[in-house]
Design a protein. Structure first.
Length: 88
């Protein structure tokens, strides 16, 4: 553990940030699984709703610095592509 006041505070803040980031990432993964499950069930309307909410979560996580903006763009593109392939 850190010895001084400042390093100790940095360690506490880092732990709090880690837990917050973990919660956001977990929420993202859950939303993605829900979206993919609706795609597997061929429920196009439900998949579109899930995609909109998932994209919103992805954008929020980028603004909070949880994931990088290029990763977010890549993920949104691939998820939308999957929906478009099934919707044909």
């Amino acid at each position: 553990m850190a010895k001084g006041k400042t390093p100790a505070k940095r360690a506490r803040k880092a732990e709090a940030n880690r837990l917050r980031n973990k919660a956001y990432k977990s929420r993202l993964k859950t939303a993605e699984k829900k979206y993919l499950a609706s795609l597997q069930a061929n429920d196009i309307e439900k998949a579109k709703e899930n995609l909109v909410s998932l994209i919103s979560l992805i954008d929020k996580s980028v603004s909070k610095g949880i994931i990088h903006k290029n990763k977010a763009a890549r993920k949104k593109s691939s998820l939308t592509k999957k929906l478009n392939e099934i919707a044909k």
